[in-house]
Design a protein. Structure first.
Length: 186
């Protein structure tokens, strides 16, 4: 159970916090806070829907694919499974590119971004090929590391922000001062 939770948290922390937050703030400025709240609200609705489906079909495995297959048949089930697969592939690529970008900028050579991203994907593919149980355990360790880093960041931000807080930090540029950047994120 804890490994399954770690798999979900790993994707959320990796894509939503470490990778997406920088892009969100550059696009929408202070409106990014509203966009994240909106997306969080939608996530709660989706989680409640999936929870309800889980109680309706407690022995189904495969999440979204299984529910659509059960309700609408083979064709829509297959289409949903393919879309879920491609959404996972896309999110993995975005997370790997984000971490590759962070690592290459830390080393001062942006040309290494794709090399680091490819190495990350290759290493994690190797872990998955070893076995799903080992992959889940590795993901649990990675999530613990991510949560530790995030906790340190939050603690530092609270200590630093308490003495440097100003509402002027929440002002947006002219290009960010409309509702359009909000919908680019949502």
């Amino acid at each position: 159970m804890i490994e399954a939770t770690a798999v979900g948290l790993g994707a959320i922390i990796g894509a939503g916090i470490f990778v997406l937050s920088g892009a969100a703030i550059s696009l929408a400025g202070s409106y990014s806070i509203i966009a994240f709240l909106f997306i969080g609200f939608l996530s709660v609705l989706i989680a409640m829907s999936l929870g309800e489906l889980t109680t309706m079909f407690p022995h189904e495995k495969g999440s979204t694919y299984s529910y659509v297959f059960k309700a609408f048949g083979h064709e829509l089930g297959l289409l949903t499974g393919i879309m879920v697969y491609f959404s996972f592939s896309t999110s993995i690529a975005a997370i790997a590119e984000g971490f590759g970008s962070y690592l290459s900028s830390t080393l001062g050579d942006p040309a290494l971004t794709l090399i680091f991203a490819s190495m990350l994907i290759a290493v994690l593919t190797g872990v998955n090929l070893i076995g799903i149980q080992k992959a889940a355990q590795a993901d649990l360790v990675l999530v613990m590391i991510k949560l530790s880093i995030l906790s340190l960041f939050i603690a530092f931000a609270i200590v630093y922000a308490s003495s440097h807080f100003s509402l002027s930090h929440f002002q947006s540029t002219q290009s960010q001062s409309s509702i359009l950047p909000f919908f680019r994120l949502a």
